[in-house]
Ligand binder design. Structure first.
Ligand SMILES: [Zn+2]
Length: 255
């Protein structure tokens, strides 16, 4: 029989666990926190989390750098905690925590969910400027009816005819509130300018990468000039036809 009692064993393991040096924070994780306000949280903070791989942290850093300071600035004063769940399945954002179901080795899943959920976070931390300022502007379709946001294509119903601009809304991309619309819009924007078809799933890959330019220039210019506020020297920056630019500028930023 083991000379050490089960209680002694537990006590030893417990001491060992608490005395163990905490996982050294990688340089990149430290930079993510200090530059972008994004804290990549591991199992030492969140019991259900799995540790981050260096390549995953690099993907977050690269994505945030390209989304730019208007997107991540709010996280610097109100940290965004991101963790990878040991359980699989999608992700979610709430109360400063962004959860991503274990993406396995598929970084495109991590990328897609991070882009979507971090857009919710940035929008919330900035006080929902999209909903407050733009949802009732031409080209955005959303209307507040009896205290509830309504959309002509909402919840699988067929679009009503009319002169509004549109994003494709199908069973995969259905927008049931303006915030979801914004999150998908940012994804369409990023991909329409970068042409990274590999990252596009589950958006409709049969559509050209420039889909947003044609279907909703208002949304394209809103993301470019307002939500991301990209400078003309940014690699994602594109200008549309000057007449379109002028029409949208008036619709969005005047009256
Ligand atoms: Zn969402």
């Amino acid at each position: 029989m083991d000379s050490e009692s089960i209680w002694q064993k537990i006590a030893r393991l417990w001491r060992g666990a608490s005395a163990a040096p905490s996982q050294p924070v990688s340089e990149r994780a430290a930079r993510l926190a200090s530059v972008y306000g994004v804290h990549a949280v591991g199992p030492e903070t969140q019991a259900a989390a799995r540790p981050w791989r260096e390549g995953e942290l690099a993907l977050l850093e690269d994505t945030l750098r390209q989304l730019g300071p208007r997107f991540y600035e709010p996280f610097r004063s109100h940290p965004l905690r991101v963790w990878l769940d040991t359980a699989h399945g999608e992700g979610g954002f709430g109360h400063g925590w962004l959860r991503i179901g274990d993406p396995g080795r598929d970084t495109s899943v991590l990328y897609r969910i991070f882009l979507h959920e971090a857009t919710h976070a940035s929008n919330e931390y900035r006080g929902w400027p999209y909903e407050k300022l733009f949802c009732t502007r031409p080209g955005f379709d959303w209307r507040l009816v009896d205290g509830e946001w309504r959309h002509p294509r909402q919840q699988g119903r067929l679009p009503r005819p009319g002169a509004w601009e549109t994003l494709p809304v199908d069973s995969r991309d259905v927008s049931t509130n303006p915030a979801e619309d914004l999150a998908e819009m940012v994804r369409y924007f990023v991909h329409s300018v970068r042409d990274e078809r590999a990252w596009l799933w589950p958006l409709d890959q049969s559509q050209p990468a420039t889909y947003l330019w044609d279907t909703s220039p208002t949304r394209f210019i809103f993301v470019r000039d307002y939500f991301l506020g990209l400078e003309p020297d940014h690699p994602w920056y594109r200008r549309l036809d000057e007449h379109v630019e002028e029409r949208v500028r008036r619709a969005l930023f005047e009256d």
